[in-house]
Design a protein. Sequence first.
Length: 337
Amino acid sequence: MPTDPAATATPAPASTAHPHAARLGLGTAAVGRPGYINLGRDTDLPAERTVEALRRRTHALLDAAYAAGVRYLDTARSYGRAEEFLGQWLAAHPEAAAQVTVGSKWGYTYTAHWQTSGVAAHEVKEHSTAVYDRQIRETRTHLGDHLDVYLIHSVTPDSPALTDPALRERLAALAAEGVRIGLSTSGPAQADTIRRALAVTTAGRPLFTAVQSTWNLLETSAAPALAEAHEAGWLVVVKEAMANGRLAGRNATGPGTAALRALAARTATTPDALALAVAAAQPWADVVLSGAATLDQLASNLTAAGLGPAPEDLAALDALAEPAEAYWATRAGLPWS
């Protein structure tokens, strides 16, 4: 089970793979369930979002991503049937399965029952030993031995996951099996969460060695803590690099994104690719996830692998950053659709 995406970056045929594509990963949040908060889903997904339709969509994206050189695949228990879809693809592609790094997450339970509207809660968060025990069994059912990174989903500073000794013992036991244990973070206190996790030890050794955090041109507050995690040897994965679609070309229309659009036009690229490239240019970022829901989006996203924003370009985009509280308030208001 590889745990270093760079070490497992065996390229696909030269006609499709990019030598730096291994730093880009594919997330399955947008295609493992019919409802999500990314902007533009009405045009991204078929009107009939059946299980079979999204299974085919997920497998097509995995095929294309792997052919392009992507070697990190991200999923979660709460992404509807995403673990199932991914597990089926891995079983059908044993050579690819031996080359990719697979990360999943536990701690949220999917509760929407394949609905997009009229749902009280699409997912329910609980970081208890009971939920862990159930969800690691479910993850193993779908992914088998193809589990390289297992993250506690959306940890915040007050999460019992940082203090529960019984849970720590379970996670340490999984780490002893060769799985990287980590956490994903959300909310304006991401940096505080990461630093608290850095201090967590079990039997005198660090428990966590991986983190998946939101970082994008609009929300940069976690950067110093992510640099500390990287320095400590953690695997650092960037999620939501396009701010749930707010930095995609069709949605990057507000005055706050004028600099992004201007730079994309000047460099003959697209806002989505540029947003991903800027995330990948952060010296602490090991993997940056694409959350593409269509093959066209994925193809555009993956052109980020060939971009190298100049220092002056990065500086010009610094003005896009919002206060963390404002960013997360906007994100909380995005509708599931």
